[in-house]
Design a binder for this molecule. Structure first.
Ligand code: URA
Length: 432
């Protein structure tokens, strides 16, 4: 029988925990026998002291053991692919990539999470569609992937319940940005959900949990190692998150942008990441194509409408209506105008993420309801030229007071200069 306070103290003081101790702690928490406050203190101790690779592996195994596991390849007789981002601002990539991959005839099965800190979560974005169900049973999940090659679900009582609880706790206790906790959270979901090959998008920069390429590389290598241990093929893209991805930040707004991208009407930066991630997923599948062949197929799926058809099939299969008119709209839309002419030298992703969170797009406490309609649309991005008084961004708010505060916050997130800033590539590195 473990004593959680002693384990917390040992980790706080820099000691190591055994696999059995980590397992009992995580399983006890998942069963409701160890309270939130002790796990919150444990996560904070891990945040400051870190976990060794043996401890990170044991934590991941314990989280997987809190629920069932799936072998989708065996269940479907096909190679199944999955993708996950470490968390960013405006990152709606999975919503567009899933339908592209499915349209190419490759099964895509993903377990996602909700918003974390100032970053948005795929489940929250999907729940802006009235009726959309993120909590499918394991049998429904497998059946849907079999029938339409695509399902995105949340952690459930069946699959990685420990991550569902820990994730919500970390969101509101400033314990998200720890390499070991992120790696265990992501890889427990990926391994339990049973895909054979996984593309991880490791975000780097101001709006990411990893601020530098060096830290993001450590996170990527930790996840590659966990994937290898579990016999999965993993590719990590390290991508820029110094500014929001695409233009929309906020749940329904991001969903609209993802659908526009699937229609071929997306912003070039976001479309590029979607096509790159899609190409790499197709190259890992059983289609027998390399990355450039995958890229051609992904582009064709956007151009011929098959990705849009796959999106509509998927949303209906999970109980939603794919018609964009059913998405909620915020009652107040205010414009953020440039105080001077110039070039956008910087667009702070964290500041935009926090402005969206304060508008109601994210949670301050664990059980907070979120407002799916609110957020920010960045009409100008880094490097764009603007005239004085031109629109930089739009704020979508519940009321005038919230809009006025967000307009001030968004304006402060933009830095204007006289010269265009140096170009920064979106994909900074690829590790496998
Ligand atoms: N995404 C996850 O699923 N977990 C994390 O901890 C961070 C991003």
């Amino acid at each position: 029988m473990i004593h959680p306070a002693e384990l917390i103290q040992r980790k706080r003081d820099g000691g190591a925990l055994s696999p059995d101790e980590l397992r009992e702690l995580v399983l006890g928490y998942a069963r409701g026998e160890i309270p939130d406050y002790q796990l919150a203190a444990f996560c904070m101790a891990v945040y400051f002291r870190g976990l060794s690779s043996a401890e990170t592996y044991a934590l991941t195994e314990a989280m997987i053991a809190s629920g069932e596991t799936l072998d989708l390849g065996k269940a479907l007789g096909r190679r199944v692919v999955d993708k996950h981002s470490t968390g960013g601002v405006g990152d709606k990539t999975s919503l567009a990539v899933g339908p592209i991959v499915a349209a190419c005839g490759v099964p895509f099965a993903k377990m996602s999470g909700r918003g974390l800190g100032h970053t948005g979560g795929t489940l929250d974005k999907l729940e802006s569609i009235p009726g959309f169900r993120v909590e499918l049973s394991v049998a429904e999940f497998v059946q849907q992937v079999r029938e339409i090659d695509l399902a995105i679900i949340g952690q459930t009582a069946d699959l990685v319940p420990a991550d569902k609880q820990l994730y919500a706790l970390r969101d509101v206790t400033a314990t998200v940005d720890s390499v070991s906790l992120i790696a265990a959270s992501i890889m427990s979901k990926k391994i339990a959900a049973g895909a054979d090959a996984i593309v991880l998008d490791v975000k780097v920069g101001d709006g990411a949990f990893m601020k530098t390429l060096a830290d993001a590389t450590i996170l990527a290598e930790t996840m590659l190692e966990l994937g290898r241990h579990a016999g999965r093929e993993v590719v990590c893209l390290l991508t820029d998150m110094d500014q929001p991805l695409g233009c929309a930040v906020g749940n329904a707004l991001e969903l609209r942008e993802a659908v526009a991208t699937i229609r071929g009407e997306g912003r070039p930066d976001f479309t590029e990441l979607v096509l790159d991630a899609g190409a790499r997923l197709l190259a890992l599948s059983d289609l027998g194509v390399d990355v450039s062949g995958g890229r051609r197929r992904a582009e064709a799926a956007l151009a011929d409408g098959s990705a849009l058809a796959a999106y509509e099939r998927w949303i209906r299969a999970q109980g939603g209506d794919p018609d964009e008119d059913v998405l909620p709209r915020a009652p107040v839309v205010a414009q953020v105008e440039a105080a001077r002419a110039g070039y956008v030298a910087r667009l702070g992703a964290t500041a935009i993420g926090l402005a969206a969170l304060h508008l109601g797009a994210g949670r301050r406490a664990k059980d907070d309801a979120i407002d799916h309609s609110v957020g920010v649309v960045c009409r100008r991005k880094r490097g764009d030229e603007v005239g004085a008084g031109e629109v930089l961004a739009e704020v979508h708010a519940r009321d005038e007071a919230g809009a006025a505060e967000a307009v001030r916050d968004v304006l402060a997130a933009y830095e204007l200069g006289d010269e265009p800033p140096a170009k920064r590539p979106l994909v900074l590195d690829v590790l496998a």
